[in-house]
Design a protein. Structure first.
Length: 102
């Protein structure tokens, strides 16, 4: 699984209103891949992916995807070569369901 696997979902939720079923599918995909994303790289791509998934969780009010994003954030933060501040970690881990109210 690569970041491009979620690109369509992130872009779609920014333009259209989608149901929580799509977010739940993304959460299931993260679980099945055991939170291992290939080609994430260092820095900007990882942050963009995490923020994008947090936006999807917020816009669809998906608690499942929100939980999976928290796990993914912890995994990405522990991975060597990716520096993430405590503020970024907090923003990604605790605020997805409150940030983008519709």
């Amino acid at each position: 699984m690569t970041p491009q696997s979620f690109l369509g979902l992130v872009n779609t939720v920014l333009i259209f209103k989608i149901g929580p079923q799509m977010a739940d599918l993304a959460a299931e995909a993260l679980r099945r891949a055991k939170y291992q994303l290939r080609e994430v790289g260092v820095g900007a791509l990882a942050s963009a992916l995490l923020y994008g998934l947090a936006i999807v969780a917020a816009k669809t009010r998906s608690e499942a995807l929100s939980s999976e994003v928290r796990v993914l954030v912890r995994g990405v933060r522990r991975r060597s070569g990716i520096a993430m501040s405590a503020g970024e970690t907090f923003a990604l881990s605790w605020s997805p369901l409150r940030r983008f109210r519709t």
